[in-house]
Write a protein that binds this ligand. Structure first.
Ligand SMILES: Cc1ncc(C[n+]2csc(CCOP(=O)(O)OP(=O)(O)O)c2C)c(N)n1
Length: 305
């Protein structure tokens, strides 16, 4: 958020210096205006961004040959005249728990900030403590008897704003969908949140098979892939697009291929069975909810705006 505000401030300052440099006849007015128009354009295409890069390179060339203080100032901030994207990266411990208040503040700011959550479902750096993202029935530090509550649905919470780009991705399950989500988030002129399924040593399996586990997480319906793009509303379309199929694999089978679930089955089979039943129900309910929301007819979206 601070980065976004700083980038916007520097851009504003660069535009002021650009105007002054044109007034001082250090720059041709038409060239300065061309740069200014491109700098304030809302949704520039990649081609337009490249063109602006070339203009700014030429501008820096001109400024470096002038000796006036105006041009020196402009030279120091000229790069901010090209569109800059801002990304914040963090884990689930940060996004779901300790940084959630701040995350929510950024999401509600309406600013063009992109957020990527690498969701390992535990605090990985500090040794695998439970977070609100840890799924029910999984064992983690502080949840030695298996987590008794369902995973917090951060994507669903973010979608309730209606004005935030939200995507759930799993690189190992669908690379094309992941890339699509990143491109759309980057292009969306507002806050974006991408939650990426991320395998972790704390899950308890050979990480060489990480992508295979990601595939199973998606195939079992545990990790539905979807994209919520508020821009689609303006076209009368449902903003929510479900990108993964209805479950084709068994959740229990997937879960018990990972030590974080299996440990409990071995140590306390009865509790494990009970939690696994509930966890299975979580998966069914959550997948059904997303499926139903994605199937809504949104012909009225445009009219009601
Ligand atoms: C406010 C705050 N509390 C605690 C820490 C200590 N800390 C450093 S890394 C970490 C784990 C973060 O977990 P997560 O956000 O899930 O990221 P991961 O380690 O999984 O990548 C913690 C608690 C911190 N840096 N800041």
């Amino acid at each position: 958020m601070g980065m976004r505000l700083a980038v916007d401030k520097f851009k504003g300052f660069a535009i002021e210096q650009l105007d002054l440099a044109a007034k001082n006849n250090c720059l041709e007015a038409a060239f300065a205006d061309e740069i200014k128009q491109a700098a304030v354009a809302n949704d520039p295409s990649q081609v337009e961004i490249e063109k602006q890069r070339q203009r700014v390179a030429k501008l820096k060339d001109i400024c470096s040959q002038k000796k006036c203080p105006q041009c020196e100032q402009l030279l120091s901030v000229a790069d901010y005249l090209v569109r800059k994207s801002v990304w914040a990266l963090g884990g689930d411990g940060w996004a779901y728990d300790i940084g959630y208040g701040g995350l929510d503040h950024v999401l509600a700011s309406g600013k063009n900030v992109n957020i990527l959550v690498l969701d390992t479902e535990v605090y990985s750096n500090t040794g695998g403590q439970m977070s609100k993202s840890t799924p029910r029935a999984a064992v983690a530090q502080f949840a030695a008897a298996g987590k008794s509550l369902a995973k917090k649905d951060l994507a669903m919470l973010a979608m309730t704003y209606g004005s935030i780009y939200v995507a759930k991705v799993a690189l190992g399950a669908n690379m094309a969908q992941t890339v699509k989500a990143f491109v759309e988030a980057e292009n969306y002129n507002g806050p974006s949140l991408i939650i990426a399924y991320s395998h972790c040593i704390a899950h308890g399996y050979n990480l060489l098979n990480g992508y295979e586990h990601q595939k199973q997480a998606v195939a079992s319906g545990y990790w539905p892939l979807y994209r919520f793009n508020p821009d689609l509303k303006a076209q009368g379309q449902n903003p929510l697009q479900l990108d993964s199929k209805a479950p084709t694999a068994d959740f229990t089978e997937y879960a018990y291929s990972e030590n974080r679930y299996r440990t409990l089955k071995n140590a306390k089979p009865q509790i494990a069975a009970e939690l696994m039943n509930q966890a299975k129900q979580d998966v069914i309910e959550r997948f059904n909810l997303v499926q139903q929301l994605a199937a809504l007819q949104c012909g009225q979206c445009k009219k009601s705006e």
